[in-house]
Design a protein around this ligand. Structure first.
Ligand code: ATP
Ligand code: MG
Length: 197
């Protein structure tokens, strides 16, 4: 008999699903018709206030993530779209790497709010991959690695990049339901991204 202490606790983020065959599909076939305009890069369909979409954990879906981010910023120039997509992709990489969202059947949600002066993106994941929780009433926000942008840095780049290039960013400080956000102002004049060019 296996002692109870040897049985790992059941992860509530993982749902038992019956096996289905694997298939190769055009990514469009996975997007419901009502949400297709979130992904088609058309600047004429940019008049939104909030867009929200839930993505699955498969890395094969990352082109869809980039299309979503790029389309959220479709009403801006190529430079802005590129930077917004880059920073949004870092939030997603972190959700997939450091949270339960990256596990099989995991999911995370991107919410983009369009403001008059810029775009605000939030990535909501399924909580720290270690199962760590934050006691009620406490918050422990993420902290960027001060050496994350060093040439030889092998990790710590994501939040350091966010810290350097977003107009503002932060997170809710709750390990078991992490929400990480950034705001990128449309005016990139004083942004290090523009100055480095
Ligand atoms: N969504 C998240 N959930 C839990 N922890 C996170 C999350 N995002 C970031 N972290 C924590 O913050 C640390 C720093 O993140 P950052 O993106 O800067 O570096 P990294 O992901 O470790 O490496 P890199 O981005 O260079 O591949 C991570 O190592 C992780 O401990
Ligand atoms: Mg990262």
């Amino acid at each position: 008999m296996v002692p109870m202490s040897a049985v790992p606790p059941r992860d509530p983020g993982i749902i038992d699903l019956p096996p289905l065959p694997q298939a190769t599909l055009p990514l469009w076939d996975l997007v419901p018709a009502r949400a297709r305009h979130y992904f088609h890069h058309d600047p004429d369909r940019g008049a939104y206030t909030t867009r929200r979409y839930e993505f699955g954990s498969s890395l094969e879906l990352l082109p869809l993530v980039r299309a979503f981010l790029n389309t959220c910023a479709a009403h801006r120039d190529a430079d802005y779209r590129h930077l917004f997509t880059l920073l949004g992709s870092e939030l997603v990489n972190n959700a997939l790497t450091h949270s339960r969202s990256g596990r099989p059947h995991g999911r995370y949600t991107l919410t983009c709010r369009r403001r008059s002066s810029g775009l605000h993106l939030t990535c909501t994941d399924q909580g720290d991959v270690s199962g760590r929780t934050t006691p009620a009433g406490e918050t422990h926000p993420l902290v960027p690695d001060p050496r994350g942008l060093d040439f030889e840095a092998e990790h710590g780049r994501g939040l350091a990049m966010l810290d350097a290039l977003a107009t503002g960013w932060g997170d809710n400080g709750i390990a078991d339901l992490r929400q990480v956000w950034f705001f990128l102002a449309y005016d990139l004049t004083d942004n290090r991204w523009t100055q480095a060019a």
